[in-house]
Ligand binder design. Structure first.
Ligand SMILES: [Zn+2]
Length: 229
């Protein structure tokens, strides 16, 4: 069942490794199958040997309803919370890519420092709050999912205008409205994280005008977009 979506999911998981965004097995991609289900990278298998036919299928409304033999990724509950929050999201990715993860570990947002960032993201990349001891010890992955939703709401954003977030002390999550978009957003996020890291080593307080940020974001994503290179 749903062989096509599982195949897409497998290809996107392999892409995360090929793009060097996923070191060893520290990463996972999921793909929405329909309104009520998604498929995700299985846990603890060699993706090159496993193939995609046994990819687990998760019920978005019932976390205990899992189909297929392979155990889903440990982060499945975080993915489920995101799919539950926005019915139009088609793909989600998580990785421990070096530069975005460095900002996570430093507990820092990624500020907009240049037009490359503004071409893809209209604002800084947000970072979630630190979880309490109770939140870590009980229902950890569920609480991570909740912390993502809270962070977006608290900053008066939504999943559509915030397609990447940093988990405090951990690493990034990205998502998208097309099947290939989550991994693509992860690749872009890692690139702008690298640029931000290098920029901040040259100048601790670089300035960019808001009107330049808006110009770059809107010419590519606004109602009157005209961007092409
Ligand atoms: Zn992780």
């Amino acid at each position: 069942m749903y062989i096509n979506k599982k195949k897409i999911c497998h290809i996107e998981n392999l892409k995360l490794i090929r793009l060097k965004l996923s070191f060893h097995s520290f990463g996972n991609v999921s793909i929405r199958i329909n309104e009520n289900q998604f498929t995700i990278k299985p846990s603890g298998v060699d993706l090159y040997k496993s193939g995609y036919k046994k990819y687990p299928i998760i019920d978005i409304n019932n976390k205990n309803k899992i189909q297929n033999n392979l155990k889903p990724s440990v982060d499945t509950e975080i993915h489920r919370q995101i799919y539950l929050s926005d019915k139009k999201i088609k793909s989600i990715a998580h990785s421990h890519c070096i530069y975005a993860t460095s900002f996570s570990q430093a507990s820092l947002n990624i500020p907009i420092l240049g037009t490359t960032h503004a071409d893809y993201f209209s604002d800084k990349i947000l970072i979630t709050k630190k979880l309490s001891k109770t939140e870590v010890n009980k229902n950890y992955e569920h609480n991570i999912g909740k912390s993502i939703i809270q962070c977006i709401k608290k900053n008066k954003k939504n999943f559509n205008n915030t397609r990447a977030i940093l988990l405090n002390n951990h690493g990034p999550f990205t998502w998208g409205y097309e099947y290939e978009e989550a991994v693509k957003n992860m690749e872009i996020l890692e690139y702008i994280s690298l640029l931000a890291f290098k920029t901040l080593t040259l100048n601790k307080r670089p300035k960019i005008h808001k009107f330049l940020i808006d110009k770059h974001f809107n010419r590519k994503h606004g109602k009157k977009s005209y961007y092409g290179q």
